[in-house]
Ligand binder design. Structure first.
Ligand SMILES: Cc1cc2nc3c(=O)[nH]c(=O)nc-3n(C[C@H](O)[C@H](O)[C@H](O)COP(=O)(O)OP(=O)(O)OC[C@H]3O[C@@H](n4cnc5c(N)ncnc54)[C@H](O)[C@@H]3O)c2cc1C
Length: 363
């Protein structure tokens, strides 16, 4: 045994896992392919209560609630029609933060454990250890956690079986200054989904996540969607967008193979309409943290338990997203009016809405 754990990828999930190991005094090394971090202040994530609680217990200096933006109401529309508002007795129902800020806060105290510019391109497993190889270096460990994102190399090198499909949509993001009243708005329409998430920095903004199947001019499509559906929010025209990644889902049938364990986007990735991808990854680490000694010693029962419990949760989330995508993204006519009426009916039942909020905040 080498008594060292290898983490591949220093995205948020890799760093969360590193904090778990650091807290338990377990030696580890993080290998990151990029030689520096690329910043994008427009990238935001919605964090669940479970995520915030867990992150704050790992590092009390994070204090996420002190700097992130609470969401007190989430309004769901089909085109212009408001169907459902999710809120709970003046309590917040979600929290929005810049991904970069979360990442840089998480990095504190881990800098010396990360080796930048190390792209893993081969692995060598023996009975007792695993060796990860880059172009010029090799690193040996007891076990390797693949936290290397949606296109995980470690997952390909270990030949995991995955399910994968494309949504035929791309995600674009933007920040627009606007008074937001701590309310989030999610519009479903035939060209895709438009999320306006409140973000308070030195001023108030909407963080825009626009998932669209348009193939021509997404900026124009976004402004048209805002003009048609969100007129009541009196927003300025969006001047520029970034992103444009093809949206795909993938999920590994099993989350470990030999000495490689998948975690975060490397294990499962989700359409951003539900705002759950990172939270599900943090959920993976929460499970690992509870069973850390068994998992790093390669105990098959513990690894099977991790794989089956997390994949049950992943399957649930995939089902919800597929239902939303199928039902609202593409509905028209008769189906659309039934769905609208169903949502409006649900809007009258605070207890049912509380249950939805509760579910959405559990990783
Ligand atoms: C538009 C959009 C909006 C989203 N909104 C939300 C939201 O509201 N809530 C939410 O929970 N989630 C959201 N998500 C999902 C969330 O952003 C991701 O699930 C999360 O950031 C993934 O983190 P990760 O650490 O698993 O992977 P990544 O952040 O992708 O990190 C992987 C790291 O591994 C490194 N790497 C890759 N290959 C190698 C290699 N071969 N060797 C070494 N290093 C390597 C990469 O450079 C990178 O640093 C959203 C996603 C998108 C696209």
């Amino acid at each position: 045994m080498t008594n060292q754990i290898l983490i591949v990828g220093s995205g948020v999930n890799g760093l969360v896992l590193a904090k778990v190991l650091q807290k338990k005094d377990i030696p580890f090394l993080i290998l990151e392919k990029n030689s520096q971090y690329i910043k994008n202040p427009e990238r935001t994530v919605a964090l669940t209560e479970d995520s915030i609680r867990f992150l704050n217990t790992l590092d009390k200096n994070l204090d996420i609630n002190a700097w992130a933006t609470p969401v007190n109401n989430m309004l769901l529309y089909q085109d212009t029609e408001l169907n459902l508002s999710l809120n709970k007795d003046e309590e917040k129902i979600s929290t929005i933060c810049q991904l970069d800020k979360l990442h840089s806060q998480m990095l504190k105290g881990l800098e010396k454990k990360i080796i930048m510019g190390q792209e893993i391109n081969a692995i060598d497993e023996s009975e007792k250890s695993i060796t990860l190889l880059t172009e010029s270096n090799s690193y040996q460990g007891d076990i390797a956690f693949a936290c290397d994102g949606i296109n995980s190399s470690l997952r390909s090198l270990s030949e995991f079986i995955i399910d994968e499909w494309y949504y035929g949509q791309k995600a674009y993001i933007a920040l627009v200054e606007a008074e937001h009243k701590n309310e989030a708005h999610q519009f479903f329409s035939q060209s895709g989904t438009l999320a306006l998430l409140p973000l308070s920095l030195e001023k108030e903004y909407y963080s825009i996540i626009f998932c669209t199947n348009t193939t021509t001019d997404p900026l124009n499509e976004l402004n048209t969607s805002i003009k048609n559906n969100a007129k009541h929010l009196n927003m300025d025209e969006v001047k520029s967008i970034s992103g444009g990644h093809d949206l795909k889902h993938h999920g590994a049938n099993r989350l470990y193979s030999g000495r490689v364990v998948l975690c975060g986007d490397a294990a499962n990735s989700f359409h951003p309409m539900a705002g759950q991808g990172l939270n599900m990854g943090i959920g993976d680490v929460m499970h690992i943290a509870d069973n850390i000694q068994e998992i790093i010693s390669g105990n098959l029962r513990a690894l099977d338990d991790y794989s089956s419990k997390r994949n049950t949760k992943n399957a649930q989330m995939t089902w919800i997203i597929q239902s939303l995508f199928g039902a609202f993204g593409n509905s028209a006519g008769f189906t659309k009016s039934i769905l609208n009426e169903g949502m409006k009916f649900l809007d009258n039942f605070p207890k049912a809405k509380e249950k939805i909020i509760e579910f959405a905040n559990k990783n």
